[in-house]
Design a protein around this ligand. Structure first.
Ligand code: FAD
Length: 481
């Protein structure tokens, strides 16, 4: 068969490169707006969040939580007879079943919205016989053939992958990335986690609850350095209290890492000197890098800055008909941020009026125990911007619902502008923080003041009362604090 005959090309209003949460959300919204859409995915629809991120990690965290609760069941007057046991393989199959169900759901949504799913690896091409401008996507299909998709507009949503420390190649056995850790067949006796950011502390929580001896090695002076200082301090205090070893201001000497059949060994430099550490395995969780390589950006005028695709507030790249959403643009690296960016990008591409994406409105969630969630400025960020601020805190300690549930560690902290009274930031460490933050995110969107949020009626007994009390406390009006 002649080369030209095998090379199929199709035209679309919009093509999306990458079928993760950013990509499939963009495709759905475009279809809802009457556009013809194709989405290119080389692996599985759902991407990192569904297969290697949010969902599988939260499924395992939930198993760990049930196990941890069972261990203290007698506190609640529940006496289980026999020895409590944990079956990691079963937790893994529960996780896999949840992922599969949701995977089917995403596939169904593509059909429902009549989106063409093109399976294969896509590469953006420059001006060609298919189009006078860059942005067409050549897809190497699974059967080895090539199909070219020619869109009016393109959304790049190729996501990210785990960052590797130079000189420390993960081997999937002793030296793990979070991708490897999610596929473990059995739990190790001990784990050194290098990196105390969001992924590292979530794994520390889970592994500790499973009974694994955990050490966190973090180079920064505190855990979760993106969060408010008070929140980091509280997390570190609670981790230590529970028996998780936390080393902050600690720098791994990569050259000392040795892995063999017995485990891993390494030296870590701290203010107190050099320390030798050993464990059965290590997890390297030092961030993620955007997938900008091998996708044909060199054939376009799309600019890459600091390893990520540069975009404006409407997620447009330096080629206005090409957008980039989600982890690939180096933003917040959160699933819901990717999804929201996708909506802003597509609506902008369709000529609908919309305000630009505002990172300040995105809630950030960390699924530790207790959970962490925040929106807006931390106290430090507000002060660094020269704002005159006031802060308030309400502890979960005396809260009825928190006591009832048996989890009353943590607090809600509010940061407000001392002059205007505007709400600048809300920071929660405590039970169900990741659910509670939605109210604060709505308050930020609606530009509500702490006084207004405090005056919304919070049902009793609920954990939401802590948020209401913290808001009233900013004016010294907390009733129970
Ligand atoms: C362990 C872990 C836990 C996490 N937990 C949370 C959480 O609880 N909450 C939260 O909000 N976020 C969480 N995240 C972050 C979240 O997963 C990401 O922010 C989100 O997945 C980003 O979505 P995306 O669409 O930008 O990219 P991705 O989900 O990475 O999707 C990109 C897709 O593009 C495909 N692709 C790439 N290149 C090509 C190509 N050339 N051709 C075809 N297809 C291609 C990939 O196969 C992939 O499917 C977590 C991440 C990790 C690693």
């Amino acid at each position: 068969m002649a080369e030209e005959e095998r090379h199929v090309s199709k035209t679309y209003d919009l093509v999306v490169l990458g079928g993760g949460i950013g990509g499939y959300t963009a495709a759905i919204r475009a279809s809802q707006l009457g556009k013809s859409v194709a989405i290119v995915e080389r692996d599985k629809l759902g991407g990192t969040c569904l297969h290697r991120g949010c969902i599988p990690s939260k499924a395992l965290l939930r198993s760990a939580e049930v196990y941890a609760t069972m261990k203290r069941a007698d506190e609640f007057g529940v006496m289980a007879s026999g020895e409590l046991a944990f079956d990691f393989a079963k937790a893994q199959s529960r996780k896999a079943a949840i992922v599969e169900q949701l995977h089917k759901g995403v596939q169904f949504l593509m059909k429902k919205h009549k989106i063409d799913v093109v399976r294969g690896s896509g590469r953006i091409i420059g001006p060609s016989i298919f189009s006078p401008r860059s942005g067409a996507v050549a897809v190497e299909l699974e059967d080895g053939e090539t199909e070219t998709l020619v869109p009016n507009q393109l959304v790049i949503a190729t996501g990210s992958r785990p960052r590797v420390i130079p000189g420390l190649e993960p081997d999937g056995r002793r030296i793990l990335t979070s991708d490897d850790a999610l596929e473990l067949e059995r739990l190790p006796a001990s784990m050194i986690i290098v990196g105390g950011g969001v992924i590292g502390v979530e794994w520390a929580t889970m592994l500790h609850e499973f009974g694994v001896a955990v050490t966190i090695v973090e180079a920064a002076p505190r855990l979760v350095p993106g969060e408010d200082d008070d929140v980091s301090r509280e997390l570190e205090r609670l981790f230590r209290k529970r028996g998780i070893r936390v080393m902050t201001g600690a720098k791994l000497d990569v050259e000392t890492v040795a892995a063999d059949e017995t485990g891993v060994r390494m030296a870590v430099d701290t203010a107190g000197g050099r320390e030798e550490l050993a464990a059965e395995t290590m997890l390297v969780s030092v961030g993620r890098v955007a997938n900008v390589d091998g996708i044909g950006l060199e054939n376009t005028d799309v600019r890459v800055e600091n390893g990520a695709v540069k975009v404006n507030g409407f997620l447009q790249t330096t080629e206005p008909h090409i957008y980039a959403v989600g982890d690939v643009n180096g933003g917040l690296q959160l699933a819901h941020a990717a999804a929201h960016e996708a909506i802003v990008a597509v609506e902008h591409a369709c000529g609908l009026q919309r305000t630009p994406f505002e990172a300040q409105l995105v809630p950030r969630c960390v699924y530790t125990r207790p959970e962490i969630a925040s929106v807006g400025f931390t106290e430090r960020q507000a002060t660094e911007r020269g704002l005159n601020i006031k802060t308030s805190k309400f502890s979960f300690k005396p809260l009825g619902k928190a006591l009832v549930s048996g989890d009353n560690d943590g607090f809600v902290k509010v940061v407000a502008d001392a002059e205007s009274g505007d709400l600048l930031g809300v920071h929660i460490i405590g039970p169900h923080a990741t659910d509670l933050i939605a109210e604060a995110a709505l308050a930020k969107l609606l530009d509500a003041t702490p006084w207004e949020v405090g005056n919304a009626i919070h049902p009793h007994p609920t954990l939401s009362e802590a948020l209401g009390e913290a808001m009233m406390a900013i004016d010294g009006l907390s009733i129970n604090g």
